[in-house]
Design a protein around this ligand. Structure first.
Ligand code: TA6
Length: 280
C-alpha cells in the first residue's frame, strides 16, 4: 500500500479503508481516517508551518511532560517542536504499512537543545493496519551518562459532542487533578466531561474505552505507558488558546497515554519503548 511523500511537509500512508498523515515537524500524526471518517481532532486554527507544536493529532512529549524542576525546556519538551528525519517504510505488506522517524540532538532547534544537553536518539514507529493505528516511541541513551525523562503521546480524539462522551478504565485509579489541585481516587466506572478536566490517572492497567465519539468507540491499549491523562480545556482555556477555536472544546477529548508520574532513569547504553494501539 502506498507511502506518499509528495508533499515536503508530511508523509501519507494508506491501507485498506484507512489513511494516516504524519508531519515531519514533531513527527506529528495529524490525521487518521477509517472508512472515510476522521478519528483524530486537529484544530481549525492549528499552525502547520513549524512555528509551534501542532494543536491536535498525536503530538509527542519528550523529554518531559509538563514543566519540571530539573529542566528549563518549555512545557512538554522539544520532541513536538523539532523536525524529525523520515527513515522510510520498514514494512508495506498486505496486512499493514509501517514507517519510522528519528530524532537526534542535531535535529533539535539549538535554543532548545541548549536547555537539555544529553545525548539521545528517539525512534518513532507508526503502524497502520485494518482499523488500528499503532504508535511506538523508543528512547535510546547512546551517551555515557544516564538521564531522566518522562514521555507521553498527547492524543486528541475527535468527538461529535463532549456531552455524549464517556471514558472507561479509570475506576479505582488514583489521579492527580490539575484543576482542583490534589490527588483523588476515581470512583466512577465512566468519566464524563462537563467542565475543564486535566487529570493524570496513575497505573491504569487495562484498556481505556472512549465511548460515543461520533461514529462509535475508540479502544486504547498501551504498553509501558502506565499513566493516562484526560484533558478537555473547556470554555475559558479554549478561549485563551490562539491555536484552538473557542467552541472546539465540544469536539475533542485528549486521552493521553504516558509515563509521567515517575521519571524514567535511562542508563548509558539502555533503551526504553512505549506503545499505544488505537482500535475502532
Ligand atoms: O496534557 C494536558 C496538558 O498538560 C494540559 O495541562 C494543557 O496544558 C495541555 O497539556 C496542552 O498543553 P500545550 O502546551 O500543548 O498547550
Amino acid at each position: 500500500m502506498p507511502v506518499n511523500t509528495a508533499d515536503p511537509r508530511f508523509v501519507q500512508l494508506s491501507f485498506a479503508n484507512s489513511s494516516v498523515t504524519i508531519f515531519y515537524f514533531g513527527a506529528t500524526v495529524t490525521s487518521w481516517t477509517v472508512d472515510g471518517h476522521e478519528r483524530l481532532f486537529l484544530s481549525s486554527k492549528a499552525l502547520l508551518d513549524s512555528s509551534k507544536a501542532i494543536r491536535g493529532g498525536i503530538p509527542l512529549v519528550f523529554p518531559h511532560f509538563g514543566s519540571v524542576s530539573y529542566s528549563k525546556l518549555p512545557q512538554h519538551g522539544f520532541a513536538r517542536n523539532s523536525t524529525w528525519k523520515f527513515l522510510g517504510a520498514v514494512k508495506d505488506s498486505s496486512d499493514e504499512v509501517v514507517v519510522q522517524f528519528e530524532l537526534r540532538p542535531e535535529l533539535v532547534p539549538e535554543h532548545l537543545r541548549a536547555l537539555w544537553q544529553h545525548d539521545f536518539r528517539l525512534v518513532y514507529t507508526v503502524r497502520l493496519a485494518d482499523r488500528t493505528l499503532t504508535t511506538s516511541l523508543r528512547a535510546e541513551n547512546p551517551g555515557s551518562e544516564s538521564f531522566l525523562f518522562t514521555s507521553l503521546l498527547h492524543t486528541y480524539l475527535r468527538i461529535a459532542n463532549v456531552d455524549d462522551v464517556a471514558v472507561r478504565g479509570f475506576e479505582n485509579r488514583q489521579y492527580l487533578d490539575k484543576v482542583t489541585p490534589g490527588t483523588f481516587t476515581e470512583t466512577r466506572s465512566e468519566a464524563k466531561i462537563a467542565m475543564e478536566v486535566d487529570r493524570v490517572y496513575q497505573q491504569v492497567d487495562g484498556e481505556v474505552l472512549v465511548e460515543n465519539t461520533h461514529i462509535g468507540d475508540v479502544r486504547i491499549h498501551k504498553t509501558n505507558f502506565p499513566d493516562v491523562v484526560l484533558w478537555n480545556p473547556w470554555i475559558e482555556k479554549a478561549q485563551a488558546m490562539a491555536d484552538f477555536g473557542d467552541e472546539e472544546y465540544k469536539n475533542m477529548v485528549c486521552v493521553e497515554v504516558g509515563s509521567v508520574s515517575t521519571p524514567i532513569v535511562l542508563e548509558a547504553g539502555q533503551s526504553w519503548e512505549g506503545q499505544q494501539i488505537l482500535v475502532v
